[in-house]
Write a new protein. Sequence first.
Length: 256
Amino acid sequence: MQSGKTVKLFVLLIMSIVILSESCGVSSGENKPKIRRKAMATGSDPGSKDSKTAKTENDRWEKTIQSFEDWDSKNSFPLDGVLFVGSSSIRLWPTRERFGEFPVINRGFGGSHISNVNYFAHRIVFPYKPRVIVFYAGDNDISGKKTPQRVFDDYRKFVKLVHKELPATRIIFIYIKPSLSRWSLWPLMNEANLMIKKFSYKDERLFVFDSATPLVGSDGKPDEQYFLKDNLHLNSKGYDVWTRTLKPIVKKAFKP
């Protein structure tokens, strides 16, 4: 009888330990889901899709930026000059020939967004200490489904970056141009232009250049005579028009 009671007491003791363990959350696997949920909530995963996308977006331009730096290491470049920076509309523009009366540097890289220019500003803007920056980007941004607000925010960030490092530098924003290739996006592009225009009027160091009006024909659409066959990029005639109408603004901005 004594042996039977001992066995019963032992069984009851084991059951009590198991119940107590479960109530304290010590049972196998109880805490692991909580740990995983916490990690997801904090967004601490360094391999997240957003971080990889941002890195890849800027890595695309690394060789181009390095080529600029390689050229600079082997050649002299003007300080206190006019820096043209932005996307392919800048890259394809023979700025040194068209603006020969100014010390000009061209750092356009095709397909870029404003955010790319911001990312590389410490390598393709600040080293030249320009007196004037002529800026064109935003075309690819809208085509890439960024909103006018995002374009405006990214440009405002560019201005802030520049004026933190170079407070006296004047910046000319070239309106995002209309083109037949992206005509359906023109309302969004123009919305971004108007937001930047309003912002620029608040600071005497900021200028805008209406690049759109000179390119529009009598039918209210972009005139094909100013564009390459892709109906997106300007041809020589188009750059003639831009150069002629932009030059007075550059002269004004370049004055001490």
